[in-house]
Design a protein around this ligand. Structure first.
Ligand code: MG
Length: 294
């Protein structure tokens, strides 16, 4: 597959996961539905995870790279309150839309620390798919995509980790190497900058595949605080140990509670690259509202 086709495959998995995960916030009996693997009723509406990823895809399609000024403007122009953005993104994207330079806005967030939310990681998988031929380029383009809205090093590390996971599996069909389980986590962690995200990825390796989801959540987090360190390591643990099945990985991710739509978006964007479009159930794709063409 060509790079843009791989990125679009990742988008398909990401958007179905995002919309699937979001449904469980509205279910009165979410835990029972998960236990019995009962799909939510259609339609499944996607959220900010998909909306912002559409901007990433547009940049890759138009420029063949992350063009930061255009990406920032596209994030701002696509913003819609109904897509359930994280609290700080309402302000950030409003200021960018009013004409402020994204560098000033992103760097000023949270008293000058920049956001360390999971919003950069949630849209990073297609970047790994697109640049999978060169993992150094994956890291740099993921970083460039992150800092447009999330200047904190942890948010950047989260985006890099997700993009690397996607890249490793986008390469499966090319070089025949498809690292799984702890090998997958180790290959990602070894290339992520020193950070809490990286520390928790290393902790994820020590957990192994036999742990219960509840134990993994207690050790790694589940995105309850919507930060990158609290979200990305558990999502990659789900990929590592359930990534041979798109539905299996989704049910594992959504069982964690926490930031369900973003956990499922990250997992879906990565696992799609390993299982291919045929591995995403057509019935699930049919439940997700249709995507705009970018
Ligand atoms: Mg969301």
């Amino acid at each position: 597959m060509k790079p843009l086709e791989l990125a679009r495959l990742s988008l398909e998995g990401l958007s179905v996961g995002d919309a699937f995960g979001q449904c469980f916030f509205a279910l009165d009996d979410a835990e029972a539905a998960i236990a019995s693997r009962r799909l939510p009723d259609a339609p499944w509406y996607y959220t900010d995870d998909t909306e912002m990823t559409l901007s990433v895809i547009a940049s890759l399609a138009r420029y063949g790279r992350i063009e930061q000024d255009t990406l920032a403007a596209d994030f701002a122009s696509r913003y819609s309150y109904e897509r359930a953005y994280g609290p700080s993104m309402h302000r950030t994207l409003a200021r960018i839309r009013e004409g402020e330079d994204w560098r000033n806005v992103a760097n000023a967030a949270f008293g000058g620390q920049g956001s360390w939310g999971n919003g950069a990681a949630m849209r990073a998988a297609p970047i790994g798919a697109f640049f999978a031929h060169d993992l150094d380029v994956v890291r740099e383009e993921a970083r460039r995509s992150a800092v447009v809205t999330h200047a904190h090093d942890e948010a950047v590390a989260g985006a890099i980790a997700v993009a690397l996971g996607a890249a490793l599996w986008a390469r499966c069909g090319v070089d025949g190497r498809c690292p799984k389980g702890d090998e997958f986590l180790g290959e990602v962690a070894s290339r992520v900058p020193e950070s809490e995200v990286r520390s928790r990825l290393q902790r994820a390796i020590s957990i192994g595949s036999s742990a219960t989801p509840g134990f993994a959540v207690s050790a790694l987090g589940n995105g309850t605080d919507m930060s990158a360190p609290d979200t990305v390591p558990f999502a990659l643990w789900c990929c590592a140990h359930a990534g041979d099945s798109y539905p299996g990985a989704m049910w594992l991710a959504v069982s964690a509670g926490g930031d369900r739509d973003t956990l499922c978006a990250i997992v879906g964007g990565i696992v799609a690259l390993r299982v291919g479009v045929a591995g995403i159930p057509s019935s699930w794709i049919a439940c997700r509202e249709s995507l705009p063409v970018v």
